[in-house]
Design a protein around this ligand. Structure first.
Ligand code: MLC
Ligand code: AMP
Length: 439
């Protein structure tokens, strides 16, 4: 679809929803999703993308929490990509307006809505375009989901802001990435580390990417062996960048500068970072000292929706955002992410998954008495969701995994469920997660 056609199709959506306080979008990997999102941005209506496979527990929470009446791209509110309408907003749009509310998992409870302004998104995209030398001459390709920062904000709105054509491959498969370069002229490709690992595992797909200008990796740490394997197979390793739903992308390598595998990059212009110890004291930039990474950035969220206390908790008194990631910074300002402060936030295939949310879903099963969920290292997904469960006899791992997949997004399901007679607990009765795997 050409830009003018997209603007006109989105104009029809914008005319329909203008004035609505908020709209949801059933964000499957389709042109309809793109048209709905652009329509929302044109009308200045906050958008709430909803994962297409989110089960009732998750979807109902999102709709209730963000007070959505309308979900576009559903049978009730279909999006017609063939519609055409000129649209000018009846009032000028303010840069500080809410553009999106993106739901992301915390350590406990249901996902939190991250309120992002149009100005934060625009600022981030402009900084990234500069860092990556991203121009209208590029053709971007990826196959990432359209309900998170990576695939939607960077991968769709980014392409539109820069003016570069976008090829969405449906799913992020190695062969589809190869085709996007070889047949559709993609010059720039986005992927999470699992995608780059799978590409590196296919010699022919990897070789096909050698003519691309830039491969970009993010959403989780890129293992150095994956970088090395791609470098050997196609002559370049991915440029890495780091961010969060709450902060958008804050650290990145620069396209003209040498890559440093294992390091996620330097601050984007206007971003400040520091690592602090448990008492909040700043640690030296020696590349060795590790502490919690904190940032101040023009790309920061406005707040968590309906959660003033959680919002306040993630900022220090002097205004730094606590990322929850453990990192070190070297003398040149490069950052290395070494882990997370909480074991209860899992990154699997680049998806952020809260242990508490999966535990609650398991406990909703009538046979489950106790459940503890952890992320365990995995060569393909980085971490996999593993559940340790105490349950009545007769219920098995497969049924419990499917049960979670039915209540939450499918990617949150435990890939392994271990049945136990009891869970290790401390004197306070709290499950000792570190001892689970050892039993
Ligand atoms: C399997 N399936 C089931 C199922 N088991 N369906 C129902 N019930 C079950 N029990 C189906 C799924 O629906 C899906 O179908 C297929 O099996 C595979 O599902 P999967 O588990 O998702 O596949 P997998 O190979 O594990 O996925 C790997 C992946 C994925 C890399 C493709 O993890 C992914 O897309 N990751 C991207 C995450 C991302 O974009 N994160 C960005 C966050 S923003 P079908 O039909 O769909 O194939 C962020 C900020 C930043 O972090 O820094 O970027
Ligand atoms: P999300 O809210 O899904 O955007 O997840 C944000 C989290 O992803 C961060 O707090 C990090 O833990 C992780 N993350 C994102 N990019 C990187 C990266 N390049 N290296 C390591 N971790 C990353």
């Amino acid at each position: 679809m050409h830009a003018e056609e997209l603007a006109a199709a989105a104009g029809a959506v914008a005319a329909r929803i203008e004035g609505a306080p908020v709209v949801g979008v059933h964000a499957d990997a389709s042109l309809e999703t793109v048209v709905a999102v652009v329509g929302g941005l044109m009308a200045g209506v906050p958008l709430v993308p909803i994962a297409p496979d989110s089960g009732p527990m998750e979807a109902e929470h999102i709709k209730r929490d963000s007070a959505i009446d309308i979900v576009l791209n559903t049978s009730q509110y279909p999006v017609d990509v063939a519609a055409r309408r000129d649209f000018t907003p009846s009032r000028p749009l303010e840069a500080s307006r809410t553009a999106m509310v993106l739901y992301t998992s915390g350590t406990t409870g249901l996902p939190k809505g991250v309120v992002l302004s149009a100005s934060a998104i625009a600022a981030d995209l402009d900084l990234l375009a500069e860092a990556w030398g991203w121009t209208p001459g590029d053709v971007l390709a990826h196959g990432l989901p359209l309900f998170h920062v990576h695939g939607l904000v960077l991968g769709v709105i980014g392409a539109l802001r820069v003016g570069s054509p976008l090829v969405h491959t449906g799913r992020p498969d190695p062969d589809a990435y190869a085709t996007s370069v070889q047949q559709l002229g993609a010059t720039m490709l986005f992927g999470v580390p699992t995608v780059w690992s799978r590409v590196a595992g296919s010699a022919s797909a990897a070789k096909s990417l050698s003519s691309a200008r830039l491969l970009v990796s993010g959403s989780a740490g890129l293992p150095v062996p994956v970088f090395d394997k791609l470098l050997a197979a196609c002559g370049q390793g991915p440029l890495e960048r780091y961010g969060m739903t709450e902060t958008l992308i804050t650290l990145s390598g620069r396209w003209r500068e040498p890559r440093r595998p294992g390091w996620v990059g330097r601050c984007l212009p206007g971003v400040a970072s520091r690592v602090v110890d448990d008492d909040g004291a700043e640690l030296p930039h020696d590349g060795e000292s590790v502490g919690e990474l904190e940032v101040i950035t023009p790309t920061i969220m406005d707040r968590y929706l309906n959660l003033p206390e959680a919002t306040a908790d993630c900022f220090t008194e002097d205004g730094w955002f606590r990322t929850g990631d453990v990192a070190s910074i070297d003398g040149d300002g490069w950052h290395r992410i070494v882990g997370r402060r909480s074991v209860d936030l899992i990154k699997s295939g680049g998806y952020r998954i809260g242990a508490g949310e999966v535990e609650s879903a398991l406990l909703a099963h009538p046979s489950v008495k106790e459940a503890a969920v952890v992320g365990e290292a995995d060569p393909d997904l980085g971490q996999v969701v593993v559940a340790y469960v105490v349950a009545d006899t007769g219920v098995g791992p497969g049924e419990l995994s499917d049960f979670v997949a039915g209540l939450l997004s499918v990617h949150k399901r435990p890939r392994r469920v271990e049945m136990r007679d009891e869970l290790p607990r401390n004197a306070m009765g709290k499950v000792q997660k570190a001892r689970l795997g050892a039993q």
